[in-house]
Design a binder for this molecule. Sequence first.
Ligand SMILES: Cc1cc2nc3c(=O)[nH]c(=O)nc-3n(C[C@H](O)[C@H](O)[C@H](O)COP(=O)(O)OP(=O)(O)OC[C@H]3O[C@@H](n4cnc5c(N)ncnc54)[C@H](O)[C@@H]3O)c2cc1C
Length: 427
Amino acid sequence: MANIKHSSPYDVIIVGAGIAGSTLAAALASGSHGLRIALVEARPSPAHALPEKGFSVHDFEPRVSALTHASCSTMQRLGVWPGVPPDRCCRFKSMRVWDARGSGQIDFNCKDIGAEKLGCVVENNVLAAALREHLQTQGSVHLRDGSAVATAHCDSNGANVQLEDGGSLTSTLMVAADGANSPLRETMNMPVRRWDYHQDAIVCTAKNTRPHQDTAWQIFTEQGPLAFLPLPPATDNSADAGRLCSIVWSQSRARAEQLMALDDNEFANALGVAFEHKLGDVEAVSRRFSFPLAQQHAKDYVQSSFALIADAAHSLHPLAGQGLNLGIADAMSLSGKLFEAIEAGRPINDIKYLKRYQRERKTDNLAMLAAVESFYHLYQRDLPLTLRWLRNEGMRTVANTAWLKRLILRHAMGAQDSANNSEKGYA
Ligand SMILES: Cc1cc2nc3c(=O)[nH]c(=O)nc-3n(C[C@H](O)[C@H](O)[C@H](O)COP(=O)(O)OP(=O)(O)OC[C@H]3O[C@@H](n4cnc5c(N)ncnc54)[C@H](O)[C@@H]3O)c2cc1C
């Protein structure tokens, strides 16, 4: 295995220690190529202390992610997954998707493709804490928390950042993993195509009177999609087990504001009605948070000694629950291309290898963005009757066509592992 020839104090500076930036740091550290990595984060401590595991809707973080089988396997390979307590992630075995206007419904089950699970629902902070714990054991990663990047410069010789605390860092390559609003992407003048959905996603935790059956549920209404993602049993006490779900409810901005203003009982009732009481009544809800929704995509992901990953490169409507999964795949793809450059005796900022990363990921990311966009438009309120009929027919056709269901399922589980679908022993 070739070792890198160092030309700067750091080989890679990653800006943003969210889940994507931390995954990239873990992947680069796992390569045994002697890379020296700085992971720079504006917040003083990116992984918060977790609330105690308990019995109520208040014992879970409101931000969760449905990780595909491929993303979970990546975390397992990187040695991060053992840091995710089994009682804080829910392995889901099936998905049910249906149309509020009509009879279209599809049930996906892991058994359809001979798997044990489709993926895991994990609180974002639980995964962030596991990544942090892992990175703290990696001598090659310098964690620099509470250091916002003020300015940056990249050219073919390398990269340099000035931090708001007065420090400065130099490296061969710089990676922006600083989220959808990416200040670094702006500094580097990398244009994005962006459109606002004029929708907000309300997230919270809800307790239902009936158990979720380890199923991810999503109803498409003409006001927006509503997902109930299964959370792990809050207790082993069987009366409460499996009744907690994480909610992602996308609505027009005006309607979301009304929903946010309701008291908890009124909101729980509205939620139960919108969800057609599929899991009985909504008994309790946690504090609610709301996020404006937009889709954006950077025209280019790379330039001289600089690369964008994850939300800094693309962000999409949460209706498919794929944003973070794409970001994790970006991190793995970029690290793979940098290792290829080192093996070939080339510097890691060689634009040829950076462009290979861009090519590989743009194809997947744009395909997912296009699919999500089509779904979004298919469920708009003003859709003509014939298209509405076709939408329901389409769902029924997929539901009754085994090979088509398998194809969609494999894609939803993450392209990386879809071919062999092997269990990687996580969770
Ligand atoms: C309601 C909702 C539900 C979702 N559900 C899912 C799901 O089920 N599955 C899924 O895959 N995805 C989901 N997503 C998408 C997912 O949450 C995002 O894609 C993911 O969190 C982005 O991670 P990131 O690491 O790229 O960015 P972030 O999490 O935004 O991290 C960026 C980091 O950069 C830091 N930073 C910013 N500026 C600077 C600076 N100047 N200097 C230093 N540091 C800086 C920030 O402090 C932050 O820590 C959902 C999104 C929403 C809104």
